[in-house]
Design a protein. Structure first.
Length: 396
């Protein structure tokens, strides 16, 4: 009965909003997918303010989210993305914003002893509320992705409650940080700190259509059935990084193939014009991507520095180089072949912000191991690695 009352109240409020903005269609005809999606938004783990942990939510997106139309239109800035989301997803009723952030993350690919391919990823930031989003678009692939709700302007210090916040959360498919689709393709985003003292966003300017950072990840999740397909899709667009910062990306598939996607122009000293950057793709069988080390396996790993040879003058200039080495040490002893998903999670734990940096103010907001063979997700929020109640499993 309580659920029925909540749904009736939600529909009634949406009816009122549509009337207020002069809607002429029936409420269900206009909002049926949005109503079902908003009502699916639920908290699955409570916040722990003493431990500086945000809450964890999940949401199932019903129907499409106007992404095909988005790709036809193209956007070249956060402002244009916000305008599109506001007019289409929230029907112009709720103003949106995308927050700036510093994402100091890590990831790697590996093979399990049973032959399964995995993609492990840490999202390092500060306390925030997180949402696991399930999508099944009519003209794309089913996927599971992770969203930092702070990117949508939702307060990190409060639970996400109420109609307006639920409507805001409808924009979540446009801001994934990592995910996996039903074809066994996984991808993630990482800061790259390009441009010297002042990080400069990639802002390509050619005749190609435009796309932003997180919507490029959505493009891959919705339409790529392999690493090569992902690279081909990305090559069709001019990239415009969000939040006035720079990123690089990693994508992997169930065959064991992976690639790091970077937009660069010269070296760290010269890479200060986002318009002149060009896409460079480094595959996991390219020995040069680990610099002076001899390539020992086809596993691949990434933190927060550009991996192109000779981009930096010294290793000291590489952001996240300490985490990069810890991950490498965790993989090299077994040549990138791990016992199970738990072993992969322990490598992520070894570079958890609180784990290896005692007294560190930030945290690893989530650690996730995507099994690209089985199309599953093993998820732990806020470095709660020893808490069985904090382990979440999803399957496509």
């Amino acid at each position: 009965m309580k659920k029925i009352i909540k749904r009736v109240c939600l529909i009634a409020l949406l009816v009122l909003l549509v009337i207020l903005v002069g809607g002429t269609c029936t409420i269900y005809g206009v909002w049926h997918n949005e109503i079902n999606t908003a009502f699916s938004f639920k908290k699955i783990r409570s916040r722990n303010d003493e431990h500086k942990d945000g809450a964890l939510y999940e949401m199932k997106v019903h129907g499409d989210y106007y992404f095909e139309e988005f790709l036809e239109k193209g956007v070249s800035s956060d402002a244009e993305l916000i305008s599109y989301i506001t007019s289409h997803i929230t029907k112009g009723l709720i103003p949106m914003k995308i927050s700036e952030s510093e994402i100091a993350c890590s990831a790697f690919t590996a093979q399990l002893e049973n032959g399964d391919r995995v993609f492990g990823r840490n999202y390092d930031f500060d306390k925030t509320n997180t949402c696991i989003v399930k999508t099944n678009p009519k003209h794309g692939f089913k996927s599971i992705s992770t969203i930092d709700l702070q990117f949508l302007g939702l307060d990190v210090n409060k639970d996400v409650k109420g109609l307006m916040n639920r409507i805001t959360a409808l924009a979540a498919p446009f801001v994934p940080l990592d995910g996996i689709n039903e074809k066994g393709v996984s991808c993630a985003i990482f800061m790259s700190y390009q441009g010297g003292d002042k990080t400069i966003a990639t802002n390509q300017d050619t005749e190609k259509p435009d796309i932003t950072s997180t919507t490029m990840l959505r493009l891959i999740l919705d339409y790529a059935d392999s690493v090569e397909a992902a690279v081909e899709l990305v090559n069709r667009y001019d990239l415009h990084d969000s939040a006035q910062t720079s990123y690089h990306y990693m994508v992997a598939d169930s065959t064991g193939k992976s690639a790091i996607l970077e937009w660069v122009n010269g070296t760290d000293k010269t890479d200060n014009d986002g318009k002149n950057r060009k896409l460079v793709v480094t595959y996991n069988d390219d020995d040069s991507h680990i610099g002076t080390r001899e390539a020992e396996s086809d596993f691949q790993w990434i933190t927060n520095f550009i991996i192109q040879p000779n981009y930096y003058e010294t290793d000291d200039e590489k952001p996240g180089f300490d985490r990069y080495n810890i991950i490498y040490d965790g993989l090299k002893s077994t040549n990138g072949i791990l016992k199970d998903e738990g072993t992969a999670m322990r490598i992520l734990q070894s570079v958890g912000q609180r784990y290896y940096k005692e007294g560190h103010d930030g945290c690893t907001v989530h650690s996730v191991v995507y099994n690209l063979t089985k199309k599953t997700s093993y998820f732990i929020p806020n470095e709660n690695y020893s808490d069985e109640s904090a382990k979440f499993y999803y399957s496509l």
